[in-house]
Design a protein around this ligand. Sequence first.
Ligand code: URA
Length: 435
Amino acid sequence: MRMFDIISKKKYNESLSKEEIDYVINEYTNGTIPDYQMSALLMAIYFNGMNYEETTNLTLAMAHSGDMMDLSEIGGINVDKHSTGGVGDKTTLILAPMVAACGGKVAKMSGRGLGNTGGTIDKLESIKGFRTKLSEEEFIDNIKEIGLALTGQTGNLAPADKKIYALRDVTAIVDSIPLIASSIMSKKIAAGAGAIVLDVKVGSGAFMKNMQDAEKLAEEMVKIGSLAGRNTIAVISDMDEPLGLAVGNALEVAEAVKTLKKEGPEDLVNLCLELGTQMLIASKVEENARGMLQNSIDDGSAYNKFLEFIKRQGGDITVFDDLDEFTECNYKIEVKADKEGYVQRIESELIGEASMILGGGRMTKEDVIDYSVGVKLSAKRGDYVKCGDCLATIYAANKDKILEAEGLIIKAFEISEDIVKTSPLIKRIISCKNI
Ligand code: URA
């Protein structure tokens, strides 16, 4: 087999066989196929796509390119949740303890942020002492004992995806449906997830900008998950404005704590209830889960589970005693509206970019992030604002980037006299029953 012939085949829009896909993944992972040939093949896939069989074969080849975790020792059906990437998305921090408080077994494998989207690992590392690297044994023990554990992607889990994702990132080949679907699902399958709930974001701040693409991505991942024997459900949710009010690492942890203490913003609470319901259904704990999840917030059991989880992974829970101190930052600058009217939309990408340039995110993998910085919104879509009202507060560690961040935030807010039509946060739920 020659890589040249495989690239050429995809260039002319022919489908690749399982043997060809296995060859590419094995030889690229062990370094025999160079980056320039792999980039050429990925670009051909970007333009010509892959059929369902090719995407499934690609997913399974990447999943088996390294270690496969076996979580069967936990018993029952463990569940993982994955978001395709959003701005202000701190749902894992809230959902995982809610679901665990309701009897679910949450085996969460999380990533770091890159560009204008955040990562759960970075958010949790804003808590003094919190450990995001667990051995497989500790991961399993924690789930067995408290129903919940969270770890970063271990060294040899789906190494083919790690290498390919890094290449896609620098060659502008990230936003391809078969490549996103296979990347996400290969990691979940290799990590031993029994059930998988996918939060597929759609809108200006997401990879999928329209509903048609979001549905295609969701359906593809649900089909792959089901074929691999993992109960998989996808929730398509809105990303036409940031989720909740806080964007930035410590700011998002503080918002998660408030949400667990019944003071969360409406959109965030609703999304957590919906995703949590699907997680409990997917792991077959409870068919009527929404009430149980709401109760876990109302009776404090979800918050207690959160504290237990943070403590268990080495985090200092006294930091939550005073959230103002936890989110303390050198400069807090209000960004004011320069006109009156209804907020039509808040371009998530620009708010994420503002947080990133303040130091809250990474432009390259090597960048060191500042946990204290970010943006806190004071207005959301549909709100009426007067000239001079505060739209958002910038949390900055130094003065350098404040003006640039302010410009991005002003640009992100589209304000006009038109009354805003509400659009649902949850657009569609897709399982193998309704594809
Ligand atoms: N998240 C992933 O893990 N992979 C992608 O390709 C896109 C988002």
